[in-house]
Design a protein around this ligand. Structure first.
Ligand SMILES: *Cc1c(COP(=O)(O)O)cnc(C)c1O
Length: 467
């Protein structure tokens, strides 16, 4: 069999590299006039794609880079299914509904409430919908009371860039409560001064982009209860659970971050992060049907039947949602727990090893009660080294590892950190090889001094807000 495969490949390569097209550059600006051989085109494209980073070594991304063979098979099976055509593909629509019910249950949606939700392309679309619903709930409340609606604001901690987009696209003032050294998320005390009657709501993040830590959702809810009593402001919460909403239920079940808090009106997540679905999958759920304003829902009849549509996108691939359902069935609660816990163990192992190196200070080290399976560290301020973390990231890149270095947002922008997301497929063995490369890089910098004049602050001019 192997011989036969090798033979076929030889033939394909002879065809590709021996053809008239192979010595030429691929067209870049115009669609070529004629057609090309499909096999040769594939091989040439495959060659070009080798220049991309290797996804498994991309420790910057929160997204899945490993999928079972069965998922690939399902994706292939679904390649022609359009998620929006619920009348043509009723079983796909049914499966989407099952995913939403399972998530409502996982997130402790109140029994008897008409929990409502949809799948999306990812968290960005889900957050956009959550933000819009929040905005219109606020606006309709104010309009009913005859109050001004011209100056909406949104209060958040350090959010992912999708919330900056939301605020800018819909002309809402974003009040991002600044970070401080040692405290990298939203706290009740820091939040309070930013709230007023024009606040459409509060967004809290479960799994901060910058460090991986959870914000204290329950404490924030309690603070909002007290603020309502004292000031009469009744404020609602959206949880951006892009990563954490698929981790905390399995690994920190006592953490009350979800619909157990009545103030949490909507939760969004990325199926393609710790939901373990392939890229292109997100969800948003509202606590109750009434939390999604009617004006966001469109009824269309041209798909056959009358359908409620409230996503930003119309056509969208369905395979990711089917694959999400497959993962629910295949892994079950125990499977998710096992996979995520082993990621935490790898993260904790890395945190210990990185601490031991002496020059780094771990800011977050993969504690399941405190955040997602990630680790974030900085150079110790007193570390006597001739490199900064941008240099260190570059050096790791020599071995193919992508470990981003970036400065923290407002008020902490002098602090440069590096972060690793530990995902399914990055296990103890690879982690141990990575540790070896850390040591190799440190040795390299002992013998090659490179940045005597560049302070960390200057290097902090680049900001990387990766996903
Ligand atoms: C990744 C992420 C997003 C954006 O999600 P996509 O699925 O990439 O669109 C939003 N918020 C947080 C906290 C994230 O981690």
């Amino acid at each position: 069999m192997i011989h036969q495969q090798a033979h076929i490949r030889d033939k394909a390569e002879a065809k590709v590299y021996g053809t008239a097209t192979s010595p030429l550059e691929l067209p870049k600006y115009r669609i070529p006039r004629g057609a090309s051989d499909s096999r040769a085109t594939l091989e040439l494209l495959r060659d070009e794609l080798f220049l991309d980073g290797n996804a498994k070594q991309n420790l910057a991304t929160f997204c899945q880079t490993y999928e079972d063979a069965e998922i690939r098979e399902l994706m292939d099976l679904c390649i022609d299914k359009n998620m929006i055509d619920k009348d043509e593909y009723p079983q796909t629509a049914e499966i989407e509904g099952r995913c939403i019910h399972m998530l409502a249950n996982l997130w402790n949606g109140p029994e008897g409430a008409n929990t409502l939700g949809t799948s999306t392309v990812g968290s960005s679309e889900a957050c956009m919908l959550g933000g819009l619903a929040m905005y219109y709930r606020w606006k309709e409340r104010r309009q009913r009371a005859g109050q001004d609606t011209s100056r909406p604001n949104l209060v958040t901690g350090p959010v992912q860039v999708c919330w900056e987009k939301f605020a800018r696209y819909w002309d809402i003032e974003l009040r991002q409560v600044p970070m401080e050294e040692g405290c990298y998320g939203l706290t009740p005390q820091a939040m309070e001064p930013y709230l007023d009657e024009n606040t459409i709501g509060v967004v809290t993040t479960l799994g901060l982009t910058f460090t991986g830590q959870y914000e204290p959702v329950e404490d924030l809810c309690h603070a909002l209860d007290r603020i309502q009593q004292e000031k009469g402001l009744d404020l609602e919460l959206h949880v951006d659970g892009a990563s954490g909403a698929f981790v905390a239920p399995f690994c920190a079940p006592d953490l009350k971050w979800d619909f157990r808090n009545p103030r949490v009106k909507s939760i969004s997540t990325s199926g393609h992060k710790f939901g373990l679905a392939p890229l292109g999958c997100g969800f948003i759920l509202w606590r109750d049907k009434k939390d999604l304003p009617e004006r966001l829902v469109f009824r269309v009849n041209y798909l056959g039947g009358e359908m409620a549509v409230f996503q930003l996108n119309f056509s969208r691939p369905a395979g990711q949602v089917i694959a999400q359902y497959y993962q629910f069935l295949r892994l079950g609660f125990a499977g998710y727990q096992m996979i995520h816990m082993s990621c935490y163990e790898t993260a904790q192992y890395l945190a210990r090893e990185i601490e031991k190196m002496g020059v780094f200070q771990v800011i977050f080290g993969g504690d399941p009660q405190q955040g997602i399976p990630a680790i974030t560290w900085r150079l110790k301020p007193e570390a006597a080294v001739s490199f900064n973390l941008y240099d260190f990231a570059d050096r790791l890149r020599v071995r193919g590892w992508q470990v981003p270095a970036y400065s923290l947002p407002q008020n902490a922008q002098d602090i440069v950190v590096q972060r690793i997301l530990v995902r399914q497929g990055f296990g103890r063995n690879l982690a141990q090889l990575l540790v070896g490369d850390f040591h190799r890089a440190l040795t390299y910098f002992q013998t090659h001094r490179i940045c005597d004049n560049l302070t960390q602050k200057e290097a902090g001019a680049f900001n990387h807000n990766g996903t």
